[in-house]
Design a protein around this ligand. Structure first.
Ligand code: FAD
Length: 436
């Protein structure tokens, strides 16, 4: 282990869109010495779900910098301009850019940011009290296998989320039973299968089903979609509902008592978990087209049914799914060669954060406590802060993973880090009021 002597102002763990936005904004601020470590060898935003035709669920204005400073060189429009696509983008007349383009834009920005170091995994963090207080951050270089220890006054956690797979679906061959997060890696295998089943009914499930439905007739596989939900519910996308993803709602939500927050958050699933209307329309239109002149479609959509277990068939020809219709209380079996599991993501809090238990305050549910300005609550006063982007739904609510709030959050963090108002914050940014 090599101890580096230089003291940084802030070190970022993970380079997803949230920390990349912070890196881009800090690039303009000379007085802050920042470093960001990402374990992947390049910026890549949910690569398994960069399906052609999928688009961002926020307008391109929610890029890395525009909401703080539209003149910043890392803006999406500057990316378009530098790539000489201004007229094509102008004639496209869309706010909701392709997901693949958002990824390409972020890669373009990341390439220009010397503070972002890829193929580096943060493996440990210790709070040190010498003459000076600071964090020691142990970072494994995945290319050289060397570990360096960096000193920093502050940390920012941007470790995002990881796919969730029910225990009973695990231990089967990855290429046959896999999470939507790996869809593009295993899509080819689906083309050669006799039957494919998608389990779950969020946006990722719908996008995967739509993509498979487009190919199904050419490839000849049977396609099924099973969900335990009572229906394929649409996401709440009206303009006034979208105002829940605003600084005003975050501020209102933050002030509520924790029990109230937990109660409210549990009722807000359709703000972020449902399926976009346009995706449901695409699927319905395809099903309608395919049904013309057909007695029966080679596709099934089954609601109210939980997949409890997946087992390989005795003759080795695919898998048997044990399903349970929870309203009729009836078990049934379903067979499929491939099963694509769309059971969502959970926030990723690395173990080394849990090991800072003497430094950080935790609630009764084992979640860290977070100050309004995104600093973890400390047990004792210290001159160092750990800011967080991830795992804050319980404190900051439904917009915690929404990209439309990323720049706002980074403005709050930068103002605190520098101890002055670098970016003025809006007093009221939406039409409705959440508080009196
Ligand atoms: C398929 C999909 C589409 C989405 N589309 C939208 C959308 O259109 N609009 C919207 O508002 N939201 C969307 N979201 C939600 C949200 O914006 C994304 O999940 C977003 O990627 C979150 O960004 P992040 O920076 O917090 O984390 P992530 O993008 O998850 O990035 C975290 C990074 O941290 C790295 N990391 C973790 N631990 C370490 C470590 N110890 N050392 C080094 N690196 C580490 C990981 O490798 C990863 O690259 C989508 C989510 C998914 C899954």
């Amino acid at each position: 282990m090599n101890q580096q002597e230089k003291m940084h102002d802030i070190i970022g763990v993970g380079v997803g869109p949230f920390n990349l936005s912070l890196a881009a904004l800090l690039d303009e601020i000379d007085e802050v010495d920042s470093l960001f470590f990402e374990q992947n060898d390049k910026f890549d935003w949910h690569p398994g779900m960069l399906i052609e035709g999928t688009k961002m669920q926020v307008p391109f204005i929610a890029d890395l910098v525009t909401m703080a400073d539209p003149t910043n060189k890392y803006s999406f429009l500057n990316y378009i301009s530098k790539n000489e696509r201004m007229y094509q983008f102008y004639f496209l007349q869309r706010l909701d850019i392709p997901r693949r383009e958002y990824n390409d834009y972020c890669q373009w920005a990341a390439h220009q940011l010397p503070s972002c170091q890829f193929s580096h995994r943060v493996i440990d963090v210790q709070h040190i009290k010498d003459n000076e207080e600071y964090f020691n951050v142990a970072v494994l270089n995945l290319k050289t296998d060397e570990t360096n220890v960096f000193k920093t006054r502050n940390l920012i956690m941007g470790t995002g989320s990881v796919p969730v797979m029910p225990k009973s679906f695990k231990g089967l061959p990855d290429e046959d039973v896999f999470h939507t997060a790996d869809f593009l890696s295993y899509q080819d295998g689906c083309r050669n299968a006799k039957s494919v089943t998608v389990v779950g009914s969020g946006q990722s499930a719908a996008e995967t089903f739509r993509e498979l439905l487009k190919e199904q007739r050419d490839c000849g596989f049977r396609l099924d979609w099973i969900t335990r939900s009572p229906g394929f519910a649409s996401m709440e996308e009206s303009k006034l509902s979208l105002e829940h993803f605003s600084p005003d709602y975050v501020n209102y939500f933050y002030q509520l008592p924790q029990e109230k927050k937990d109660e409210i958050f549990a009722t807000q699933g359709l703000y972020y978990k449902g399926i976009s209307n346009h995706t449901i329309n695409d699927i319905y239109n395809l099903l309608y087209e395919y049904s013309v002149g057909q007695e029966e479609l080679d596709a099934g959509l089954q609601v109210l049914s939980e997949v409890k277990d997946i087992q390989p068939k005795a003759d080795g020809s695919g898998y048997e799914l044990t399903c349970f219709h929870w309203q009729k209380k009836e078990e049934f079996k379903h067979e499929s060669d491939k099963v694509i599991v769309a059971t969502g993501y959970k926030p990723y809090v690395p173990d080394f954060v849990h090991q800072l238990e003497d430094f950080i305050e935790w609630d009764e549910e084992g979640r860290y406590k977070v100050e309004e300005d995104y600093r973890l609550k400390k047990k004792q006063p210290a001159s160092n802060e750990i800011y967080v982007h991830s795992g804050i739904s319980h404190t900051h609510g439904v917009g915690s993973t929404n990209l439309g709030l990323s720049v706002h959050r980074n403005k709050v963090i930068i103002n605190h880090l520098l101890g002055r108002e670098v970016y003025p914050l809006p007093k009221k940014s939406i039409f409705q009021s959440f508080t009196v």
